[in-house]
Design a protein. Structure first.
Length: 224
């Protein structure tokens, strides 16, 4: 299905984040399609947010976040895994929403294969719990950075909005009625950005097995 008009995403990320809950994020490529019903997200608000990648301005790595809303910002982190974000706000804002978790509603076998999880031992909610698992289940890599949420058909890859190196089609379908949600501090964010009272910008659907457990940022220790 086609995604909403790009203007739908051009909101403050704190407003957009709960609207993403219950919606379906879908990525299709030559291997097949995987879709997630989103259950946990985190908002990041650019220069106003010390926890955001874009707090200190635009770089080659975070440039997509400064583009218009309605695109994928995908990055590689900790030398271990990728993470998927929905770019929010108008062009130049540096705003976005991290996809932390979702329930696989399409392509479970493909997601399990990508996660190296055997079907017989798969736990409900396990496949896309946590940002790294979200990206792995979807098959997202740096090649997806900058992709538009537009059309979930492979034909879109040859359309005028396809970007260089794009090998997958992305779409997002909002829920008819976003579910009830809770808020709290973001997971693993250190320093001022982890202040629970100032930045209670993690949003999740209570009772969902895919939602990750809260972990505060580990304190940094100085080397002798």
């Amino acid at each position: 299905m086609p995604s909403p008009d790009p203007a739908w995403f051009e909101r403050d990320p704190v407003e957009l984040a709960p609207l993403l809950l219950g919606g379906v994020l879908r990525r299709a490529d030559a291997s097949g399609a995987v879709a997630l019903r989103l259950t946990e997200v985190e908002a990041y608000r650019g220069s106003d947010d010390p926890g955001a990648h874009t707090f200190r301005g635009k770089t080659a790595r975070n440039a997509t976040m400064f583009g218009p809303g309605g695109h994928v910002y995908c990055y590689f982190t900790y030398g271990m895994h990728h993470a998927v974000n929905v770019v929010a706000g108008p062009e130049g804002s540096g705003w976005g929403v991290l996809v932390r978790a979702g329930e696989v509603v399409e392509g479970a076998e493909l997601a399990a294969e990508r996660r190296h999880v055997r079907r017989a031992t798969r736990i409900a909610g396990e496949l896309a719990r946590g940002p790294g698992n979200v990206a792995q289940a979807l098959g997202a890599t740096l090649a997806d950075d900058g992709a538009a949420f537009a059309d979930d058909s492979p034909a879109h890859l040859t359309g005028p909005e396809a970007h260089a190196g794009m090998t997958a089609a992305w779409s997002f379908t909002p829920a008819d009625a976003p579910p009830a949600f809770r808020t709290g501090p973001r997971v693993g964010v250190s320093g001022p950005g982890g202040d629970a009272s100032a930045f209670p910008w993690r949003f999740w659907v209570p009772g969902e097995p895919s939602v990750s457990a809260y972990r505060a940022a580990a304190p940094r220790t100085r080397r002798a």
